[in-house]
Design a protein around this ligand. Structure first.
Ligand SMILES: C[S@@+](CC[C@H](N)C(=O)[O-])C[C@H]1O[C@@H](n2cnc3c(N)ncnc32)[C@H](O)[C@@H]1O
Length: 439
């Protein structure tokens, strides 16, 4: 039987599950809160038990709501700030953000969006006193909806300024122009050129062989998933492993490998692959992906900078941890949790990992370094500094269009700087360099 909270008694989130619609919004609140708390928080939030306890339709709504909120966070916050004299506690701000996204992005009917969001506020610890405020702010937004497409508000000002200084105003505007758009799902087929699969997924075949699926909804129900005929991988993320062009006689090392998209590509290419990641939990996802796709690789849980086992490899791939600002289409949270201090810290880690990766390359072998960051010091800067301190390595030039790379991404030094607008429909921002060990 349903229990209604007594007048004046704060309802706990656990009780919210009894009220239709509220449980989904409570789950969206958990996802949003985790996403804005720390780097990588969105992935943790999307694994939250509150989300997984929901029936599939409510789960899809909760996910869509959290993602719509994050994707439009800049304009939503500007609209809320204009209506709040004094900011309420962060939890209530997040409730308001979700309410605004329902009204302004998902176009939920105002009575449902306002009513459910007021209930969600009341269900928070200490939330009851904010019911009136939430009601008034959301009714105001519903009466006079602010525009949500102002590019000047799409990204934090400091990041937009960085992109302007790195790429110039026109490119920076084009990058920012990709922030509000929902990305398609890209997948890599296990067998390159699997035409039946492309048809079954109603996919566009992109240069390099990535399939841009036309299907929507729960991907584990799509054709070929159970048989491991494909894995989800952004079109840009599939390029680094292609540039290694491994052959079945070769050994390959994938450093910072989890969840394993690039490991799967190298294994599908026939190489004898070793995949290293320092996170046991994330490495388990590599093993699951290998099992599902019927591919083989050795997995090692270790810090790639410390790992010592004496072997060297024909092909080494380092997909270094980074600010991930290039992934904002799928992870809009990265825009709001990145910070200059974080970028500086990551740069130090990347340099150490690059030196370590270099020690594992056989003479004559090749090394691909990549980051899904738009920040030049994590990409171009790392490789320039690495070459200055490692005389045994030289750039191995990437050809125009190689590996399915957009021609616009080819830099004068024949490394790749992929920007999110370099393909119609978008792709992740990446920096990719291929190096060869000459001595
Ligand atoms: C960008 S993700 C890698 C994505 C992966 N290459 C793929 O294609 O699926 C970065 C990974 O680096 C791992 N990582 C971070 N620092 C590491 C280190 N020092 N040694 C090994 N792995 C590390 C993280 O656990 C995370 O799984």
């Amino acid at each position: 039987m349903r229990r209604r909270a007594q007048e004046g008694t704060p309802r706990r989130v656990s009780e919210a599950e009894d009220i239709p619609g509220l449980a989904a919004r409570a789950a969206a609140l958990e996802v949003l809160t985790a996403a804005l708390q720390r780097r990588g928080g969105l992935d943790e939030g999307l694994g939250h038990p509150a989300l997984h306890a929901l029936p599939p339709r409510d789960r899809a709504f909760a996910r869509a709501l959290a993602m719509a909120t994050l994707r439009h966070l800049g304009p939503i916050d500007a609209a809320l700030q204009a209506r709040l004299k004094k900011p309420p506690p962060e939890r209530i701000v997040n409730v308001l953000r979700l309410g605004a996204a329902q009204l302004l992005v998902l176009k939920t009917p105002p009575h449902a969006a306002v009513g459910a969001t007021v209930d969600l506020a009341a269900a928070q610890k200490g939330g009851l006193p904010f019911k009136g405020l939430v009601n008034a702010v959301l009714r105001g937004l519903s009466r006079e909806p602010p525009p949500l497409d102002d590019p000047a508000l799409a990204a934090p000002a400091w990041l937009a300024a960085r992109w302007r200084s790195a790429y110039g105003p026109a490119e920076a505007d084009a990058i920012v122009g990709m922030i509000f758009a929902e990305p398609a799902t890209d997948v890599t087929p296990r067998a390159p050129g699997d035409a039946d699969l492309a048809a079954a997924l109603e996919a566009e075949v992109l240069p390099g062989g990535t399939l841009r699926a036309g299907l929507k909804g729960e991907i584990s129900t799509w054709p070929g998933f159970g048989e491991g005929r494909w894995w989800v991988q952004d079109a840009a993320a599939a390029i680094p492993a292609r540039l290694l062009a491994v052959t079945p006689e070769e050994t390959a090392l994938d450093l910072c490998a989890a969840p394993g998209g690039k490991t799967l590509q190298l294994a599908a290419g026939g190489a004898k692959v070793t995949a290293v990641d320092r996170s046991d939990a994330r490495l388990r996802r590599v093993s699951e992906n290998l099992a599902r796709t019927g591919l083989a690789a050795e997995t090692v849980a270790a810090d790639a900078a410390e790992w010592r086992d004496g072997r060297t490899f024909d092909a080494v791939l380092l997909d270094a941890p980074c600010s991930a600002t290039g992934t904002f289409r799928r992870h809009p949270d990265v825009l709001w949790v990145a910070s200059p201090a974080d970028i500086a810290k990551l740069c130090a880690v990347q340099a150490r990992l690059l030196d370590s990766a270099a020690r594992r390359v056989k003479p004559g072998g090749r090394l691909v370094y990549c980051v899904c960051s738009l920040e030049p010091e994590e990409g171009e800067g790392q490789v320039t500094a690495f070459l200055a301190r490692n005389a045994a390595f030289a750039l191995d030039p990437v050809a125009a269009g190689e590996g399915g790379s957009p021609e616009a991404s080819l830099r004068p030094d024949a490394t790749l700087r992929i920007l999110p607008h370099h393909r119609p429909g978008g792709l992740d921002g990446f920096y990719i360099a291929r190096l060869k060990k000459t001595a």
